[in-house]
Structure formats: structure tokens, C-alpha cells
Design a protein around this ligand. Sequence first.
Ligand code: SF4
Length: 117
Amino acid sequence: MNPDDYFEVIAAELDRYADVPDDVLLEIVTRDGRCMWLVENGEEPEWQGEYLSDRELAARICAGCPVRRECLELEFRTAGDQTVGVWGALCDEDRRAVYPVWLARRQRRGRDGGQVS
Ligand code: SF4
């Protein structure tokens, strides 16, 4: 799969959350997010570490997170593509690649009454 297709797949996976309110997403992510558990237990990693790239950290920590897509949806809604570090299992470079695809899908969805092809 080429990178453009991969980013389209991720954006399409977020369509299912389009009608979920922000506060519900926030509750889900803060309750079930794997990094939240690490923070609570004093095991938060250094997101911009010297030895591991953010992409490697994302793969390690977010890979097992049960709310990866909810986290990414919330991040796009609340922060767009300008934040740094890892959110929703993607490093900032990958989020900046997915964000315009996600945004275009949402705009089409709005025009087409809730459906995106
Ligand atoms: S996807 Fe990553 S950043 Fe988001 S809640 Fe899960 S562990 Fe935290």
C-alpha cells in the first residue's frame, strides 16, 4: 500500500466517529487511552526522546491502545494538524499527511448529507 492509500484508509476509518460528540470522545480517550494509564502510574515516556523517534514510540505505546482512532479523531477536531508529538498512534508528520484527507472527507460528508463515498 502506498502512503497516500494508507492515509486515505486511516481517514476513512474515522468516518464512523463523525457524529460522536467531542465530550464523549474525550471521556473515552481519557478513560481508556493507554498513555493515560502510563501517566497515572508514573510511567509516561519521553515523547521526543533522544534514543527513540516519536514514530517508534507511537508504535510501541499507541499500538496497543484500544482507542487509537477515537484519539486521532479528537485530536483533529480540537487541534487540527499543528500539534507535535504522538497522538492517535501517529507522529506529527503522519498526522499532517492524514489531516487534509480527513478534512476533505468531512466536508464532502457535510455536503452529501452524512455519506462519504
Ligand atoms: S492513541 Fe496513543 S496518544 Fe492516543 S490515547 Fe492511545 S496511547 Fe494515548
